[in-house]
Design a protein around this ligand. Structure first.
Ligand code: SF4
Length: 435
């Protein structure tokens, strides 16, 4: 969604990423470094510069771009470090484009890497131990991000990792243990944020009930509004849903993934129980919490009927902001290993691993049927009449739902213009401009 210089996703809906500003905050003071952050979705990079060290973080869908930038700087003799999700999944590949790589999160390894660089003892590979001390982390340097490029800079993360192992998910590759920051630290960081809306970017923040309930109770006096992620399991805990509402929760991103129970079992997400979805949506709406529901198409049990069944489910349950993805076997995950062993990987062009393109042979659909079915779901869901019906029936905040729906409509109705070949051509064109 956040592809290169602009991408199709409207700038209006982007919140500030935490990776770059967190890494900047971890640069040791003794280096007296001058730091520049370049988030390529927010501003163009000046490729004529010549810093001492360039560090690049990329996910799989953007890693070809990252490699092109890395190669450019290495040709100029600049030391290049690559980290992030893709380098953690494919360390040997990333090493071909970098002087050093960082795998896992980088809270301890990044400052050490910089000190080694200064002392001329840079190693090739820094791997973060999954057990870290999260107390008293410095505040992310959001002041270094461009001023007007995000809907919000009030992003925060309280927990890291996830206790589950969905077969397509890359979270486990970056953080093997489920860790929590001290509640006091999180509350202090929120208290010091400007603005009334806080976005939690934790992939799975509600799995330690004792921890999350304490955090939410302590958020109540702050009188902030917030949005974040949850698994469908939140629906089993009335007290947790109450605390979400009382602490100011206005929206939750929930990975429903499928309305077919067989598909959920297939992807190792059987704890999502389709029968409970309806009740979950109703309980959240009663509390004024909007739902950003995510769904995946293309699992082996999916058929041509799955697209309509999913769109019908979304409409019937007034899911305010649905998002559809194509099943994507990220390299290094169980999904990739399974499909590779069955000779079903169609391309290793990582630029297409962006959850909107088909990169493997589906079982009961052709690749075209899967792409077209996904586009159909986007276009149908974001017809004006369907937007109106969902917003009206959900009963949650009309202005927020309307703005976000218009953003998703803008995105979903343009996806058709970006089939696999177009993405590959655009990538080559964009990368040829790095000089
Ligand atoms: S619950 Fe979410 S974060 Fe956890 S493994 Fe599954 S998809 Fe990944």
């Amino acid at each position: 969604m956040y592809r290169k210089e602009g991408g199709i996703f409207p700038r209006l809906l982007r919140y500030a990423p935490l990776t770059l500003s967190t890494l900047a905050s971890l640069v040791p003071d003794e280096l007296e470094a001058s730091i520049e952050l370049n988030d390529e979705i927010a501003k163009k990079i000046n490729y004529n510069d010549r810093p001492d060290i360039v560090a690049i973080s990329a996910i799989t869908g953007t890693v070809n771009r990252a490699y092109a930038i890395a190669d450019h700087y290495r040709k100029k003799g600049v030391c290049v470090v690559i980290g992030g999700v893709h380098a953690s999944l494919m360390p040997d590949e990333a090493l071909n484009h970098a002087d050093a790589i960082v795998t896992g999160m980088a809270f301890e390894t990044w400052p050490q890497l910089l000190l080694d660089f200064k002392n001329g003892t840079l190693k090739r590979h820094y791997d973060q131990s999954p057990q870290m001390n999260f107390s008293n982390l410095p505040l992310p340097r959001k002041d270094l991000l461009p001023k007007f490029s995000y809907i919000s800079k009030s992003t925060i993360q309280a927990t890291f990792g996830c206790p589950y192992k969905c077969d397509f998910c890359a979270v486990i590759s970056t953080q093997k243990k489920y860790l929590r920051r001290p509640v006091e630290d999180v509350i202090k960081e929120i208290s010091e944020m400007n603005g009334n809306f806080v976005t939690f970017v934790d992939p799975s923040p509600m799995e330690d009930k004792k921890y999350i309930k304490r955090l939410l109770r302590e958020m109540i006096p702050l009188k902030k509004m917030w949005g974040g992620l949850a698994t469908v399991k939140i629906g089993d805990d009335e007290e947790l849903m109450d605390l979400c509402a009382e602490s100011g929760c206005k929206g939750l991103l929930i990975g429903f993934e499928s309305v077919e129970q067989d598909a959920l079992v297939e992807i190792n997400k059987g704890f999502n129980v389709v029968e409970k979805y309806r009740n979950l949506c109703a309980r959240l709406h009663e509390r004024g919490i909007a739902i950003n529901g995510t769904f995946i198409f293309g699992m082996d049990s999916d058929t041509k009927d799955t697209f309509k069944r999913t769109v019908d489910f979304v409409q019937e349950n007034a899911i305010e902001l649905p998002r559809y993805a194509i099943y994507t076997p990220f390299p290094g995950t169980g999904a990739f290993r399974k499909l590779e062993s069955q000779n079903r990987i169609l391309t290793r062009n990582w630029s297409l691993y962006d959850v909107q393109h088909v990169v493997y042979q589906p079982k009961n659909l052709t690749p075209d049927e899967l792409f077209e079915g996904s586009i159909w779901a986007w276009e149908n869901t974001y017809k004006y009449k369907n937007i109106k019906e969902r917003i009206y029936n959900s009963g949650t905040s009309f202005p927020i739902s309307l703005i976000t729906n218009m953003g998703y409509r803008y995105y979903g109705t343009r996806l058709r213009n970006f089939p696999n070949d177009t993405i590959i051509d655009l990538e080559q064109k964009w990368n040829s401009l790095i000089t």
